[in-house]
Design a protein around this ligand. Structure first.
Ligand SMILES: [Cu+2]
Length: 233
């Protein structure tokens, strides 16, 4: 089923003449396993609270800047876990990030190269501004009537997203080179589905804490758990 869907996607990509034609063959998903990555951080959380003096009806009177979010059991949220150096086709799913309450929701999204929908649930003026090197950077207004803007991110990269109207707004779009990734939830857990079996290296990225790797043996058809500690740089 999955393979068929991916084959269909590849055919569409072929017709569209996109770069995916040159991508290596899809790794055999039937032999894949799940990796459950628990990311821990022993340091203190870093969430700044700022006073808001504009658009308070939608934004509220206070904004939180979520630099380091630590949940119960020292779980680190908003980290991207992936299989380092893996090869694979794009997910074929369009990712989305919303602007809601003058916050990017979720704070971090991860996707494979392609289109991303940038939503404006607030119904006020926002201004998307991305900071990237591999992809062209975007700096454009999203007026209140514009519910969705679709942007293309073709190259793997961790892209910082801000809003020039609301200085505290900060989010990340992780464009990953393959589909074997997950973003940690508020408990610090990310699931990587269908990861290629065998000896692999899990790489964890966090916007403030950088990157950490850990070796793991992925068992086909089973869930392998791994705990990764991040430390302050
Ligand atoms: Cu904004």
């Amino acid at each position: 089923m999955m393979r068929k869907a991916l084959a269909g996607f590849a055919a569409v990509a072929l017709m569209a003449g996109t770069a995916w034609v040159a991508a290596p063959p899809f790794a055999d998903a039937q032999g894949g396993g799940t990796v459950e990555v628990e990311v821990k951080y022993s340091g203190a959380a870093d969430v700044q609270t700022l006073k808001v003096n504009k658009d308070t009806e939608q934004c509220g009177k206070e904004a939180k800047v979520e630099n380091i979010v630590v949940g119960g059991n020292k779980g680190l949220a908003n980290a991207v876990a992936s299989i380092a150096g893996a090869k694979g086709q794009p997910t074929g799913k369009k990712a989305a990030i919303d602007q809601k309450g003058c916050k990017f929701v979720p704070h971090v999204i991860a996707t494979t190269p392609g289109e991303v929908d940038i939503l404006n649930s607030d119904g006020i003026l926002h201004n998307i501004h991305t900071y990237s090197t591999a992809n062209p950077s975007i700096n454009k207004a999203q007026p209140k009537f514009k519910k969705t803007m679709t942007e293309k991110f073709e190259k793997p990269e961790f892209i910082k997203v801000t809003c020039d109207v609301h200085s505290w707004m900060l989010g990340w779009i992780a464009v990953m080179p393959h589909p074997y990734f997950g973003v940690t939830n508020e408990s610090g857990v990310a699931k990587i589905e269908n990861a290629p079996a065998g000896k692999q290296t899990v790489e964890v990225w966090h916007e403030k804490l950088g990157k950490v790797t850990k070796d793991v043996e992925v068992k086909p058809g089973a869930t392998t758990k791994v705990t990764v500690e991040m430390v302050k740089k």
